[in-house]
Design a protein around this ligand. Structure first.
Ligand code: GAP
Length: 514
């Protein structure tokens, strides 16, 4: 097993052991790809959301927030294209009982022809040495040409079936090319069927005529359908944005990698409405602004990269992902999309309501264009958690597991530790905690040795430990221990609020963005 896989497993175990993430319904053997956040996880998650929300709504005069309902009128999903196009073609193997995406099975088969071609080229290159003309070989070698011709024929057949939405033909391709299930090794396949990723439920009782509704697969549509409400009631002038944080649901077929791909997850989305023709300028602005937000966390700028989309959705004219280096490679954490006026125009068409903006400078009305920034809270949580986890060798056979969270995001900001559980030290510790808890998440821990307590706080990423000892009772000073350096300094109790505020305040993080 690759080392990174082991590291990832250890991180998942740590997330459970220290109250960050639990499998949902665990005592009933769990529910696949659904997770609960524990006592420390919820604090970290809330801090991530606060960082995003304040960066969006407080640092931009022209961005406001909303909180729209999860249930929405079903026609919204027809208008947005989700009813017709938010699908994956599925096939099951009757022996292994495993489910696959039919398109992925066929794409893998197409890739095999390229592998065969590359093998022929590599063999010939070895045989001919310096004098090898690869381009000529690819154009003339009969075996290469045969493989290429078969690949192109399969590709064409596949593309035609996908474009025509011909599921029977997709199955026939799988049978004709004798594609086997990688697990059972058999060709005992079911028919291919379209699988819409949206969860459905019913609203109202059957007697009243229940209406079929969906659990939203993205929060964005709640923003689009409230565009007019916000623009009018907030007297917003273009360009302006609407931000929202909320749950989204997708019945993912292949759900894996812990909280990376879930069936219930949370998104932080912002739709920025602009004048037509100015969208690419704003796309560039949000691309840079969002990267800066990520980099300000100090996890290491080399861990981020853009992945610009070459193949764009038919309504988009630019799209990029911000990818983060997870233990399983660079993966998408956030998408930034220039969605033209597609969504608002569709809602105008399906609702019959005019969704336009009167531009006083141009003296004309139009449907605004939209730049979307869309980030998964859970993926952000995972990237921070993985990146901050360290199993640290302290020398002399001593180790500690520490989470180097950015201080502003840490679930617990400080822990007050009485050196011993007597002589009035616990009482003094409580007195200090009672002062600090108005501004900081602050724990008192008096169980076990001081060393063990430091380790426990390191393991949940608490940036500061405050130790109360006998000297504290005499001169009202304490020892302040820094999580990352493990350095200790003597400070006055009266200075604690100021010192901590300087170190752990979200404002410091937000100020880096300006
Ligand atoms: N409104 C646009 C939209 O929803 P998306 O690329 O499908 O775009 C945006 O999703 C972000 O939501 C992703 O970059 C990812 O962070 C998060 N996300 C999407 N599907 C997810 C899932 N199944 N589990 C966890 N996060 C997910």
């Amino acid at each position: 097993m690759a080392k990174q896989e082991d590291v990832f497993k250890t991180i998942i175990a740590h997330a459970k052991e220290y109250g960050f993430v639990f499998q949902s319904s665990e005592i009933y053997d769990g529910l696949s790809a659904v997770y609960d956040y524990g006592q420390n996880g919820v604090e970290l998650k809330n801090n991530i959301k606060r960082y995003w929300w304040e960066a969006m709504t407080m640092l931009h005069d022209n961005i406001v927030g909303i909180d729209s309902a999860i249930f929405m009128h079903p026609t919204i999903w027809k208008a947005s294209g989700h009813v017709d196009a938010f699908n994956d073609p599925l096939i099951d193997n009757k022996d292994s009982k495993k489910r696959y995406r039919a398109d992925v099975l066929i794409e893998d088969e197409i890739a095999k022809f390229d592998e065969k071609i590359n093998k022929e080229v590599a063999k010939a290159a070895k045989r001919f040495g310096e004098s090898f003309d690869e381009a000529m070989f690819r154009q003339t070698n009969p075996r290469v040409l045969e493989h290429a011709q078969k690949r192109d024929a399969l590709h064409q057949r596949f593309a035609d079936a996908m474009n025509a939405n011909d599921l029977a033909e997709l199955k026939q391709i799988i049978l004709d090319y004798e594609i086997v299930d990688p697990i059972s090794g058999t060709r005992n396949w079911t028919d291919v069927r379209q699988f819409n990723l949206m969860f459905k439920t019913e609203m109202g009782s059957t007697a009243d005529g229940a209406m079929e509704v969906y659990l939203r697969p993205e929060t964005a549509q709640g923003i689009f359908v409230n565009y007019l409400n916000v623009q009018k009631t907030g007297r917003m002038r273009l360009p302006f944005g609407i931000a929202q944080i909320g749950k989204a649901f997708r019945n993912e077929i292949v759900a894996r990698q812990f909280i990376f791909r879930m069936r219930e997850f949370e998104q932080m989305e912002m739709q920025f409405f602009v004048r037509p023709g100015e969208e690419l300028k704003w796309f560039d602005f949000w691309r840079q602004t969002r990267l800066k937000w990520h980099e300000a966390l100090g996890l290491g700028n080399q861990k981020y990269r853009f992945h610009d989309h070459e193949k764009l959705a038919h309504y988009a004219n630019a799209a990029t992902d911000i990818e983060f280096l997870m233990p399983f490679g660079f993966k998408e954490v956030e998408g930034i999309h220039s969605r033209t006026n597609f969504d608002l125009s569709q809602h105008e068409k399906f609702s019959g309501k005019k969704i336009q903006y009167f531009d006083p400078e141009l003296n004309e009305s139009y449907v605004p264009y939209v730049i979307e920034t869309s980030i998964g809270v859970d993926r952000m949580f995972l990237s921070i958690f993985c990146s901050c986890y360290e199993d640290q060798d302290l020398g002399n056979g001593d180790r500690r597991v520490v989470l180097h969270f950015p201080a502003a995001l840490a679930p617990v900001k400080c822990a007050v530790l009485p050196l011993v559980k007597k002589d009035g030290l616990p009482e003094k510790a409580r007195e200090i905690q009672h002062r600090l808890r108005f501004d900081f998440t602050c724990q008192v821990d008096e169980k076990d040795s001081i060393g063990k307590r430091y380790r426990r706080q390191d393991a949940i990423g608490t940036p500061y430990c405050i130790t109360v000892d006998h000297q504290t009772l005499e001169d009202n000073t304490v020892t302040l221990r820094h999580r990352d350096s493990m350095q200790q300094e003597r400070v006055a109790v009266a200075d604690l609020e100021r010192i901590l505020a300087e170190k752990v305040s979200l404002n410091n993080l937000l100020k880096k963005l300006l």
